[in-house]
Design a binder for this molecule. Structure first.
Ligand code: BTN
Length: 230
């Protein structure tokens, strides 16, 4: 894997869109001036406070693209779990600990390339994270000691491994389900249709979240935000 480290960039995902395609190329920035989150949100990207990294791969077939969010979520989860067991996944691809978000993934499929952007909160303080769109935390706040180089090395190995699993049809959604405590719980769903209450039943082979709404209708969710109902 070819790795480039930049002092500053608008967004590591955007950077990989501008350059010629190079298989197995990844870029890290110490700071992003226009970090992007999912669903048009910004991603907080202060200098050295987080890991901002994007990978470039050949595009995957449309049949597995909906699974890619989940697979890369498991890859980031495995990396973080090597530091502490307590991390878990929230569908479709957020990584949480103690009820707070610590990492997010932004996969973008272009005609000739798949870009996988990952942001992990490393040393942000609670105050710095106070404007984050959802309750958020960092490795520092959680008092988890880590070595940045080791974290990057392990992340690259995991992301490559899950890209290979996806491209050879070997990713099993069970790996995601087992690490997603939302399954079996009463949840609130927020998507284009609005908000409704439901029970999360599981994840199907396409990576869709299967829920049962209060009228007993079974629905498959492709996108949207879900939260546990208390
Ligand atoms: C999310 O909203 O959960 C996804 C966040 C993805 C952030 C990362 S940081 C590196 C890459 N570059 C970006 O602009 N976004 C992703």
């Amino acid at each position: 894997m070819e790795l480039v480290e930049l002092e500053e960039v608008d967004s590591t995902n955007e950077y990989l869109k501008r350059i010629d395609f190079r298989e197995g190329f990844c870029v890290i920035a110490r700071k992003q001036t226009g970090g992007k989150g999912r669903r048009g949100k910004n991603w907080l990207s202060l200098k050295d406070k987080g890991l901002y990294i994007s990978f470039m791969y050949p595009p995957l077939s449309p049949s597995v693209i909906s699974l890619s969010s989940l697979a890369f979520g498991v890859a980031v989860l495995n990396t973080l779990k090597s530091f502490k067991e307590d991390f878990y996944l929230k569908w479709p691809n957020d990584i949480y600990i103690n009820g707070k978000k610590i990492a997010g993934i932004l996969p973008e499929l272009l005609r000739d390339r798949l870009i996988v952007g990952i942001g992990i909160n490393l040393s942000y303080s609670e105050e710095e994270l106070s404007d984050f769109p959802v309750p958020a935390t960092s490795l520092k706040i959680e008092r988890i000691s880590f070595n940045r180089d080791q974290l990057i090395k392990s992340l690259i190995a995991e992301i490559n491994s899950y890209y290979n699993k996806l491209s050879t049809g070997q990713f099993n959604v069970k790996e995601f389900e087992q690490n997603c405590p939302l399954i079996g719980k009463e949840i609130a769903v927020h998507n284009q249709e609005g908000s409704f209450k439901a029970r999360a039943l599981g994840i199907d082979q396409n990576g869709y979240l299967i829920v049962e709404d209060e009228e007993g209708n079974i629905k498959r969710l492709f996108s949207g935000d879900v939260s546990v109902r208390f």
